[in-house]
Design a protein. Structure first.
Length: 489
């Protein structure tokens, strides 16, 4: 017989479960009738008192699906005399609730006397789990269908996981995506280990193109991306690696370079012949010229020489500089350059009866920049201004300054540039329509942006209803950029 202390302890435990336990607690007899529930049960399932629940079975309280689960699991617990956990779904106020229930057999003298269940609301946890499962499924689907090698390995060079054929590449050097190219891993391993060490030791990302040889001695090109995998303590515990064969792109680049080299070579020969012929005429070898004729010829010779220099520059970029052109900066008078560019545009403007007006508002007109590249920017913008300007109007070129920049403003009277075009006016292959409805290639302003960026300057458009103004800002003084190169790609 239990003493008074034991009874009091049981009463205290009962009261704690009824009044203070945040979990849902219920006890059922072997016929699955409720013999006890706590206040949390009543609150979650909409009852006011225990008497409303006692002697009722689950099918009198819950839906058919949940009852089937409860009955099935309860039968297994009674037969096996072991605890079991399961999930129940409820809809409350149109919101899905997910409860995790653990049911235990109450055993006396080796026989199950009743069942006690402890239930928790795990809606958020289960939703998060499902989202995680969904993300894993999406990730696995992406990995299986990406046409490139993507994999993870630990810092001891053990493969963890990756895309469909990544493990084959990791283990055997066979790249299925590149037509089963087999890389000579023994030869490549030294460079790969150096890259891995750099990523791990510096917690840095590597993005590069590199060549490697296959087992048959052929050269193949890959673009690789390596990044560290960091734990919660910001320590490196592995690497993620993306590797893609770019043989096709390299072959295309080579074809482009050969085409451009051939084209520039074929253009420079007749161009030089034209320059020589023009110089003979300008020198009076074919008869005496008046001043106006000589001025026009000299202007043509100057433009032709400028074109020849551009051809040489393009050729050197593709032959020697891998898509980059070195800037040759010097001090020069930008006003003189503006006037020279205006003079070149004079005859084009004259055809449309457009007058070019120049105004300057600066004292020091000297600037430190690559003269030929800045000339190309001015010529591009000025020719665009003439091409798109209304007939019988004026183009204004203003040279002004602020504390940091010398500023060239070129404004014409022309139709408003549509927003869809103006927002991307300096992007590659974006072009408007000229007056003859012929579309340009869309590289002129893209190039201008590249040049001004390389000089740590700016170029932008101020668009109005009947005016468009391009503004070119170039730093005052001797400003050297980090790489001092003009990148075309």
């Amino acid at each position: 017989m239990q003493n008074t202390t034991d009874i009091n302890n049981i009463i205290l435990l009962h009261n704690a479960i009824v009044n203070n336990c945040n979990d849902i607690v219920a006890i059922k007899d072997l016929h699955l009738k409720y013999i006890f529930v706590n206040n949390t049960f009543l609150k979650n399932f909409g009852f006011n008192s225990i008497s409303e629940v006692i002697n009722k079975k689950p099918d009198e309280i819950f839906g058919l699906q949940n009852c089937s689960i409860i009955e099935k699991i309860s039968k297994e617990i009674i037969e096996q005399k072991k605890a079991k956990s399961f999930l129940l779904n409820f809809t409350q106020n149109r919101n899905l609730k997910i409860f995790k229930t653990t049911s235990y057999p109450v055993i006396n003298n080796g026989e199950v006397q009743s069942l006690i269940s402890i239930t928790r609301d795990e809606t958020q946890e289960e939703i998060l789990k499902q989202k995680l499962v969904d993300k894993v499924c999406v990730t696995n689907s992406l990995l299986d269908n990406l046409p490139m090698l993507v994999y993870m390995k630990d810092k001891n060079n053990n493969y963890i996981t990756g895309s469909k054929y990544a493990n084959k590449f990791f283990q055997e050097g066979i790249d299925v995506y590149a037509g089963n190219v087999r890389i000579n891993m023994n030869e490549a391993i030294e460079v790969m280990n150096f890259e891995d060490s750099y990523v791990i030791n510096n917690k840095a990302v590597i993005i590069r193109e590199k060549s490697c040889k296959s087992t048959d001695g052929q050269e193949h090109w890959y673009k690789i991306y390596k990044a560290p995998i960091l734990d919660i303590n910001n320590d490196v515990n592995g690497l993620v690696i993306i590797s893609q064969n770019i043989d096709a792109q390299k072959q295309l680049e080579l074809q482009k370079e050969l085409f451009l080299a051939t084209l520039t070579h074929d253009l420079k020969t007749p161009l030089q012949a034209q320059i020589s012929s023009l110089e003979l005429i300008s020198g009076g070898r074919a008869g005496v010229l008046n001043d106006a004729q000589k001025e026009i010829l000299d202007m043509i010779i100057e433009s032709s020489n400028f074109m020849k220099e551009m051809l040489y520059s393009i050729l050197s970029v593709y032959k020697y500089e891998n898509g980059m052109m070195k800037l040759y900066k010097e001090y020069f008078n930008i006003e003189n350059l503006i006037k020279k560019c205006s003079k070149e545009a004079f005859h084009l403007a004259q055809e449309k009866k457009i007058e070019i007006k120049y105004n300057e508002y600066v004292k020091n007109k000297m600037i430190y920049a690559d003269k030929n590249q800045i000339r190309r920017v001015l010529v591009n913008v000025l020719n665009n201004a003439v091409n798109y300007a209304y007939k019988n109007t004026k183009i204004y070129i203003d040279l002004c300054e602020d504390e940091e920049y010398l500023i060239v403003k070129i404004k014409n009277a022309s139709s408003k540039i549509p927003l869809a075009v103006s927002e991307h006016i300096f992007d590659k292959y974006v072009s408007g329509l000229d007056m003859d409805k012929r579309r340009g290639i869309g590289l002129g302003l893209y190039f201008c942006k590249k040049v001004t960026d390389a000089h740590a300057g700016k170029i932008y458009l101020n668009g109005y209803e009947n005016n468009n103004e391009f503004v070119i800002e170039l730093p005052k003084g001797k400003v050297e950029t980090a790489e001092n190169t003009l990148k075309f790609i």
